[in-house]
Design a protein around this ligand. Structure first.
Ligand code: NZQ
Ligand code: ZN
Length: 392
């Protein structure tokens, strides 16, 4: 095993009606002037935004609002948010929504706390020295951004989607009421479950440092989400299933399921980010569409882990060669994706890239990872292109 740091400073307030505590939490963490940042309007339609602003009004906390964070959130709105915060002397950010609103808020926070162009951080040019404090009211279980150190932003010019990670952006608090996720379209619920599982799988398919305790947590989390994703497919208002998935989403990306390993593989995410940047697909669906091709490409370089996954997570019988068992595990995972209406290739995802576009994505992906990356197998630009081609 490798040495590790485990840092999860976010105060989690979990359960029914917990959004009513938002004013107390903001006061607890010292916020006096708030930017409430949200997405395309689901929080307006559900009445959540009104409940939040009423609560702040009653508590005498002043705020400004900025909606419009789109899935695969844009840099342009981040710049707008930075200007608004500076003009209004905002000292605390409240993201109400999913990963897109949270990530956009984190980027705004970096832009306010640091001089210069905020894109520099996402472009690997320099490191942030701080971020405005952030609180979250989560409305979709998916990215784990409510406890993660990451933020993913798309620069409209060139459609470049890049992530930046630092502990400065970890939320001070995360309000998680599973009931708030009940208005989600079924597709988004399934995308969320896929993303949650993938955050743990990225840390699971590695070639170094795995610990028994971490594997047990990871496998338990994967089995739990797999089971509850199917329950939610048939019964979307099931509170307990919503709660299992919501908590799994945070644990899958707060570092817990990576303790002791070499940091994880992350190439499925990197390959998906190019799809998200170019075709604006939902992140979870993009992951499902690319994973099978990635898995088949890297499997033989990480065989013990693929076999363990097949047996312990996908219930494949421990019979036959390691390669046969590993392959059955990949097929079982793809069957699971189909069962929750997730795509298993680009066609099913609804995109039909030309050869030139595949080459462009592989090139951007390679540039984005500094040439090559991966733990299950190190991938260079040529390997990335092979995986994109196999995923059509
Ligand atoms: O924008 P609104 O109107 O709110 O609608 C959203 C959006 O259309 C809707 N939605 C969310 N909660 C809802 C709801 N609709 C009805 N009822 C609710 N309760 O769902 C759609 C998706 O929302 P979004 O925030 O985009 O989803 P998600 O949480 O999956 O975030 C995706 C973004 O996060 C990035 C992704 O790449 C993508 O840009 N990621 C962020 C990570 C992080 N910060 O740690 C890690 C991830 O791997 C990921 O890359
Ligand atoms: Zn993800």
């Amino acid at each position: 095993m490798f040495d590790f740091n485990y840092y999860t400073p976010t105060k989690v307030v979990f359960g029914k009606n917990t959004e009513a505590k938002v004013a107390d939490l903001i006061k607890e963490f010292g916020g006096t002037k708030i930017l409430i940042h949200y997405g395309g309007g689901s929080v307006v339609r559900s009445g959540l935004l009104k409940r939040v602003t009423d609560t702040l009004d009653e508590a005498g906390i002043s705020f400004v609002t900025l909606g419009g964070a789109v899935p695969n959130p844009h840099l342009g709105l981040v710049y707008e948010g930075i200007e608004l915060c500076k003009k209004e002397n905002v000292d605390f950010l409240l993201a109400v929504g999913g990963g897109s609103a949270i990530d956009s808020a984190k980027a705004i926070g970096y832009g306010v706390a640091n001089e210069g162009d905020v894109w520099d951080f996402y472009d690997y040019k320099r490191q942030a020295a701080g971020c405005l404090p952030l609180g979250v009211i989560l409305t979709i279980a998916a990215t784990g951004s409510e406890m993660s150190d990451s933020s993913v932003i798309t620069k409209e010019e060139g459609l470049v989607k890049r992530g930046y990670s630092s502990d400065f952006s970890r939320a001070r608090f995360a309000i998680m009421n599973p009931e708030l996720t009940m208005t989600l379209p079924d597709y988004q619920t399934a995308c969320g479950c896929t993303d949650i599982m993938m955050h743990t799988m990225e840390r699971y398919f590695t070639n170094g440092g795995n610990m028994e305790i971490t594997d047990a947590l990871a496998e338990g989390l994967l089995r739990t989400v797999k089971k509850n994703a199917v329950i939610l497919r048939d019964d979307p208002k099931n509170y307990d299933a919503r709660a299992e998935v919501m908590w799994a989403g945070s644990l899958a990306h707060n570092g817990l399921t990576g303790c002791g390993n070499d940091g994880g593989d992350w190439m499925t995410h990197k390959l998906e980010h190019e799809l998200g940047g170019l075709y604006d697909v939902a992140h979870g669906a993009g992951l499902a569409a690319i994973w099978g091709s990635w898995a088949r490409y890297v499997m033989n370089d990480c065989l013990p882990r693929f076999k363990k996954f097949a047996v312990n997570v996908m219930d494949v019988a421990d019979k036959g060669t390691d390669e046969e068992i590993a392959l059955k595990g990949i097929e079982a995972m793809e069957d699971f994706y189909r069962s929750i209406n997730m795509p298993t290739n680009l066609r099913e995802l609804g995109v039909d890239p030309t050869e030139e576009e595949l080459i462009e994505m592989a090139h951007k992906c390679a540039v984005g990872v500094g040439g090559e990356m991966g733990s299950a197998k190190v991938l260079n630009e040529e390997a990335m292109l092979s995986i994109y081609r196999a995923s059509i």
